[in-house]
Write a protein that binds this ligand. Sequence first.
Ligand code: NAG
Ligand code: NAG
Ligand code: NAG
Length: 209
Amino acid sequence: MFLPIFFFILSILIPHSSASNDFCIADLSLPIGPAGYPCKDPKSVTVDDFISSSLTVPSGNTTNLYNASFKDIDTEQFPGLNGMGISMLRADLDMGGLTPLHTHRVSELLLGIEGSVLVGFIDSNNTAYYKTINKGEVIIIPPTLLHFFYNVESTRAVTYSFYPSDDHGLQGVDSSLFRGNLPSEMIDKITLLGHAQIQQLKKLLGGTN
Ligand SMILES: *[C@@H]1O[C@H](CO)[C@@H](O)[C@H](O)[C@H]1NC(C)=O
Ligand SMILES: *[C@@H]1O[C@H](CO)[C@@H](O)[C@H](O)[C@H]1NC(C)=O
Ligand SMILES: *[C@@H]1O[C@H](CO)[C@@H](O)[C@H](O)[C@H]1NC(C)=O
């Protein structure tokens, strides 16, 4: 008696299995909404929509302040990731290359691909955890904690990072202070840096005010 009713209700609640419920390849030609991009017509989806070759090449030009380049692999670069709750980043660090202190909303699983990098994070009790990560090793960085990594060899280092989110929401400490529009006199009040140093860093990073 109860069983047929149960299955009847279940069949109403659970959508019928069809390709359109299994995935939603982003249609980047349409505007993004709170739930991500609208889906590409399932009839035109092929296996290539689930594959990206973006990580097979270096992430970019490392002739910059950080001797490093970064490439995000998210829905914009890889429409198959739409709504999957995961994204990636490739970092290429030349000699002296670094990823400055930053934070994001979600955890980060960092995998050494080439060379050696020193990875560190600082917990809310100001305890620092840091270690050199070599090729094939992984480190898990807890969500929201400030962290960094830099190349410890004279050869190139490459790392891949994985984030359990479509959008990891990165925020850099030096970018926030010196690349944006926070007025210098306010930075002067809230940090122990002197005015001249603040001006110098704003100039270096392109901040205004
Ligand atoms: C890399 O960037 C530097 C500085 O912007 C530039 O001078 C150089 O030509 C670039 N190299 C390549 C290969 O694009
Ligand atoms: C950054 O790269 C340049 C060019 O390869 C190199 O001369 C410089 O020493 C590097 N910076 C550091 C801090 O190693
Ligand atoms: C917090 O850090 C202090 C030293 O700064 C240490 O004595 C204390 O044990 C730490 N507490 C925890 C919970 O790790």
